[in-house]
Design a protein around this ligand. Structure first.
Ligand code: SF4
Ligand code: SF4
Length: 355
């Protein structure tokens, strides 16, 4: 039976919650190589809630240090295209400092492995991820325009360095197939333990929304499907209707039916939690909603001229070149746009919303 821990925490008390995680999920770390992977979406201030908070990373690093591992590496592959933003993203977020000298740019070396040929015949995975004896994933409790939630399964998307993430977005071509992609990436190296920063979460237009939500919890599990089902339930979303959880279950990776899980702590939906606008399209089993959305709604990114600085990051990150700068403001070609929302994810000014 899968186990999911739901434990109260603040960033000041997070070490106690992390110690409880390792009591409930004892993993053999002594003499092993350990890779700790926070969610480092992009360079941003820790207070923006876009990345795993440095207090959580520091607490996990310090707890693992006491277990006498052979080595510790802290790393992630931020961004969708660039290889160069790795150090910058860790420094700006405060995660470099929290890494306590264990940071490595895991994007510098990778191994080619077979992938799902429906999308790409092969992908390259960070060598450190594949070589680690123990992989500890530190997702952030956030919404996501394409996958509704970004939790344990989606955090593994960062094991792919560089532009492959954007290429896979393009190969997927739409939200539902992207749900399939993230499970295929997740399977390349299933982490051994997940510790979710749900102290301050994100709602609305995640994964880079300005709408933060005090949740006050650390969640943990050794099973990503059960853990993501808990996150979805807290967000007010039926986990059984999320395609990526359905596929994960089909592949034998776990069960989103929480009656089969041992929940240690109190599982309560967060009142009035704001889900992202594409939620309906990413949910299966409701053809009426699906066809209504297909016929009536064409969600597209739109830049707010008052916030946009014309930096061009969104244009550079768009995997299908659907954006161009027009008098300093990005314009979207609706026919080319595949609604991946990479532009919204990467905009440093949070100037892009979904309309
Ligand atoms: S990334 Fe944001 S700020 Fe930069 S051009 Fe695009 S919308 Fe404007
Ligand atoms: S315009 Fe934005 S949402 Fe559309 S394909 Fe490009 S990055 Fe994705």
């Amino acid at each position: 039976m899968s186990k999911v821990m739901i434990h109260p925490a603040s960033y000041d008390t997070v070490r106690r919650a992390v110690d409880r995680v390792f009591e409930l999920f004892p993993i053999a770390v002594s003499g092993k190589t350990v890779l700790i992977k926070p969610n480092v979406l992009r360079a941003s201030a820790a207070g923006e809630g876009i990345v795993t908070n440095p207090a959580v990373l520091r607490a996990v690093v310090e707890a693992v240090e006491t277990m006498r591992p052979a080595s510790i590496i802290v790393g992630d592959n931020p961004g969708l295209v660039s290889y160069g933003a790795n150090e910058e993203s860790f420094v700006t977020t405060g995660l470099m400092d929290a890494s306590k000298g264990y940071y490595q740019n895991i994007g510098n070396d990778s191994v080619k492995v077979d992938f799902n040929p429906d999308f790409m015949a092969a992908v390259s995975v960070s060598r450190h991820v594949l070589d680690a004896d123990v992989l500890i994933s530190l997702p952030k409790f956030k919404t996501h325009g394409l996958t509704v939630i970004t939790g344990a399964i989606k955090n593994n998307y960062g094991i792919l360095p560089g532009a492959q993430k954007a290429k896979l977005h393009k190969a997927a071509g739409g939200p539902l197939r992207f749900h399939e992609v993230i499970v295929d990436v997740f399977r390349l190296r299933v982490p051994d333990l997940f510790i979710v920063d749900a102290v301050v979460g994100m709602e609305g237009n995640g994964p880079a929304s300005p709408d933060l939500r005090d949740v006050g919890l650390i969640l943990a599990s050794d099973n990503a499907v059960a853990l993501d089902a808990v996150i979805a339930t807290m967000m007010g979303c039926d986990p059984g209707q999320l395609r990526f959880l359905q596929k994960a279950k089909e592949m034998g990776l776990g069960d989103y039916d929480l009656s089969t899980a041992d929940i240690i702590g109190e599982l309560r939906p967060l009142p009035g939690f704001k889900l992202p606008p594409l939620t309906g399209e990413a949910i299966l089993n409701n053809e009426a909603i699906q066809s209504y959305i297909r016929e009536r709604i064409r969600v597209r990114p739109q830049a707010d001229p008052d916030l946009c600085t014309g930096c061009g990051t969104c244009v550079e990150q768009c995997p299908v070149s659907a954006l161009s700068l027009d008098h300093g403001l990005p314009r979207v070609d609706s026919d080319s746009c595949i609604t991946c929302f990479c532009c919204q994810e990467m905009c440093p000014e949070k100037a892009i919303s979904l309309r």
